[in-house]
Structures are given as C-alpha cells and as structure tokens.
Design a protein. Structure first.
Length: 285
C-alpha cells in the first residue's frame, strides 16, 4: 500500500495540486482506503496534512500534527486534540472547528452540507497545510472546479453485478468528469442549468452540432447509457474542467469478487488513466 500511496500522491501533486479529492462509483469500493494510502505517503514525506470529509467519518486513524475538520460534539475525550479555530460553518453535528491531532489516535471528521461551505473549509485547511485530502462525493466535486485540485476515482465489485458493469460504470464517470474545456472561438449553446437526459435528447433530436457548454462537469446530470449517448452524439464541453489523475480498484466485496489483475487492467484501459489496486499494491502495466 505504501508504494501505491506514494505513486498516487506524486500523480496528484505533479500538476501543483494541493487538494486531493477521492470519489467513488459506489459505497464500499475502496475510496477511503485509497485516500488513506495517500495520507500515509504524505505524512511519511514530511508534509503538513489536512483532512476533511463531506460526510461523517468516525474512527479515522490520524498521526500527530494532522489538521482536521470536525464538530465540537465529536471531539474525543482521549486522545487530546488542539483546537485551532472555530468556524462559522455548521454541519449536521453542529458548529465546525479546526483541530490538530496531538498524538496517534482515532478521530472523527465531518464536513458542511453545501459545496460553497466545503470550499471555505478547504481554503482554511490549505492555509495551514501543504496538502489537503478530502473524502468526497460526486455531487460536491464542484468544490475543486476553481482550485485545480486533483481527483482520484475508485471503483469496485461492491458497486456492480459484474466486472463488465463495474468497468463501464467507472469509464462513464471518468468521461463525465473529464469533459474538455470549451473552445472560446467556436459557436456554443450555453446551458445555465444542468445537462439532463431530457435536455440532451432534445439537442440530439434537433441535430445540434455546436458546442454544448456547461459550467463544470458536475452540471452533467446523467449516467449509464444516456450519458454515453450524449457524449457520443453531442459536443459537450465545460467552462471549468476538472483534473482526474488516477483510478483505484477494489476487486472484492461481500457479494462477489472479480479477478484482481484482470479488473485492474480493464479499468486502466477503459479510463485511459493510471490505475492501481491499493489492496494488492499493484499498478496496471
């Protein structure tokens, strides 16, 4: 895991990113494990690390001097933490604060409910840290749109009934997140809202050949076949592109398992991304 974490960290920071977001195609696909590998690599490199979570993450094992975001009600009685600052931003567990782990231990992290508030939290962490790791969610990826943050996408057996379905799912998600930048010199249809399946179908039926421009990839609200068809038949572009740097795989789930090497290879091929099995410590050839 240590080697994979170092590789993921290098890929993320190669373009100057200070924020690294982990998202998954479903629950249980190894997103938190992948981010944990990056965290360990960052700590071992002597970087000052900040940690945030979109939802409530309990039992996070953190090293001393790690800065994290939590709510006062979630602070542990032991081990001790240093409270750095309270925040005007609130979460489901109450007012948020910035804390620093005083020693090795398990801590709880929780984030705000809106993307704008999460942007503020990340900015506060970035002011104190060399790298900020965010256990994220697809619908909050807009928070990285203006920051140049790096995105890791995790997929696995837990989110699909077959290996082919899992590979198709992560390929579609990556294609959505990597929609290219709009060309300012070409004609375009500017969408103020979201590109939905209904809107896309109408544009296809009208024979639209101009760029279909959304603010950022999170404004594309489709998946599966409808997304694949829209991307194939329309010139979908965005004003603020996102930076997806790697995919990670988790070949095992309670319900099923895939052959790890084959799954890793197929994900790398389908996404055209560096792909890693964090659990096995493998990178796709």
């Amino acid at each position: 895991m240590a080697g994979v974490g170092a590789s993921l960290l290098e890929l993320a920071r190669r373009g100057g990113a200070r924020e690294i977001f982990a998202v998954g195609t479903a629950k249980g696909v190894g997103k938190t494990t992948a981010l944990r590998a990056v965290y360990e690599a960052a700590c071992s490199s002597g970087l000052r690390v900040g940690v945030a979570s979109v939802g409530h993450k309990a039992g996070l094992p953190l090293r001393p001097q790690t800065t994290f975001v939590t709510a006062r009600s979630l602070l542990p009685r032991s081990p001790a933490v240093e409270i750095l600052q309270t925040s005007r931003v609130a979460s489901a567990a109450g007012e948020l604060l910035y804390a620093r782990a005083a020693c090795d231990g398990e801590y709880a992290a929780i984030g705000p409910s809106s993307a704008s508030a999460l942007r503020e939290v990340i900015a506060q962490l970035a002011a104190r840290c060399d790298v900020v790791l965010v256990d994220g969610a697809i619908d909050r990826i807009a928070t990285v749109a203006a920051s140049g943050g790096a995105i890791l996408v995790s997929c696995g057996a837990a989110g699909a009934k077959s290996m082919a379905e899992a590979v198709a799912g992560v390929a579609a998600l990556v294609a959505r997140l990597r929609v290219p930048l709009a060309d300012a010199d070409e004609d375009a249809v500017e969408l103020e809202g979201a590109l939905t399946a209904t809107v896309a179908a109408a544009l296809v039926a009208a024979g639209e050949r101009r760029q279909i421009v959304v603010r950022d990839p999170t404004r594309i609200v489709m998946s599966g076949a409808s997304l694949a068809q829209a991307l194939a038949r329309l010139r979908v572009r965005c004003r603020t592109p996102l930076r997806v740097v790697a995919a990670t795989t988790c070949a095992l789930a309670p319900e099923r398992g895939f052959e790890p090497a084959a799954f890793l290879r197929d994900v790398a091929s389908a996404t055209a991304l560096p792909a890693f099995d964090v659990f096995a410590g493998m990178r796709a050839a």
